[in-house]
Design a protein around this ligand. Structure first.
Ligand code: 1GP
Length: 252
């Protein structure tokens, strides 16, 4: 199996108390050339990693996109796949997502069986991740495409017990996902409830649009913050810089 470089770096950051910032690029939104340009800008703005993927993905050439991004950055390029068709050989790692908030077997194990031989062949580092979709004000693409219901946002203990079960199953990361374009990010109380019961790193994304919100999420217990949509905003790069700076200098 591929060396656990990306996961080891996440663990090293966590034990040093350093928070990470990842930027999500959806190949449906940008050409491979534009994706590379944005990835380079994101790295210059202070991002620690680039996620590539989407829950719909009609762009046919995921590998072309990933290879182009990979050439433009030195930070890790990590797949964030909506399904098994998004396994691309040039990536450094893949979040091997199990949608544990839902009860759709395709997204708990089905797509994984299809993707696993490709991951092995391409020698991509798999990082098993408990992916938890949280109700956040809109019907997100993940909710619709996976045919699963998000966790209720006012029930932090339900989220905590899903995360705990996932940790007991051996998953290495928890991803609390509001969904791209969420009108409300994942609630702080929910992140704190999850943090209380699991030791594994917590990723939080969806609807985070400024440094203040990013800091609230890490204070609540998140280790890695993800933003996507900001890239498409006129002042997005400036906001991303302020998020990266706030996270880099954050002290608990
Ligand atoms: C990554 O889905 C998020 O977890 C990205 O969400 O596009 O709302 O930043 P935004």
């Amino acid at each position: 199996m591929a060396a656990a470089k990306v996961f080891d770096a996440i663990l090293a950051a966590k034990s040093a108390g350093r928070k990470l910032y990842w930027v999500l690029l959806d190949p449906d939104d940008f050409s491979p050339e534009k994706g590379a340009e944005i990835a380079a800008q994101s790295q210059a703005a202070g991002a620690d990693g680039v996620l590539v993927g989407g829950s719909l993905l009609y762009a046919s050439q995921v590998e072309t996109f990933v290879a182009s991004v990979k050439k433009a950055v030195t930070i890790p390029v990590i797949l964030f796949p909506g399904d098994a068709t998004q396994v691309a050989p040039s990536a450094d790692a893949i979040l091997f997502l199990s949608l544990v908030s839902g009860r759709n077997p395709d997204f708990l194990i089905g797509e994984h069986v299809k993707g696993a031989p490709l991951i092995r062949e391409y020698q991509i580092e798999p990082v098993s991740t408990a992916y938890m979709l949280v109700e956040c004000g809109i019907t997100t693409s993940v909710e619709f495409m996976s045919g699963t219901r998000p966790l209720p946002r006012t029930k932090p203990m339900i989220a905590a017990m899903h995360a705990l079960a996932a940790q007991y199953m051996g998953m290495k990361l928890v991803y609390l996902e509001g969904g791209s374009g969420a009108s409300e990010p994942v609630p702080n109380e929910m992140i704190t409830a999850v943090r209380k019961v699991v030791d594994i790193p917590i990723i939080c994304g969806g609807g985070i649009r400024d440094a203040e919100t990013a800091i609230e999420k890490v204070k609540a217990g998140a280790d890695i913050i993800v933003t996507g949509n900001l890239l498409r905003k006129a002042d997005g790069l400036e906001v991303m810089k302020s998020i990266a700076k706030a996270l880099n200098t954050f002290q608990q």
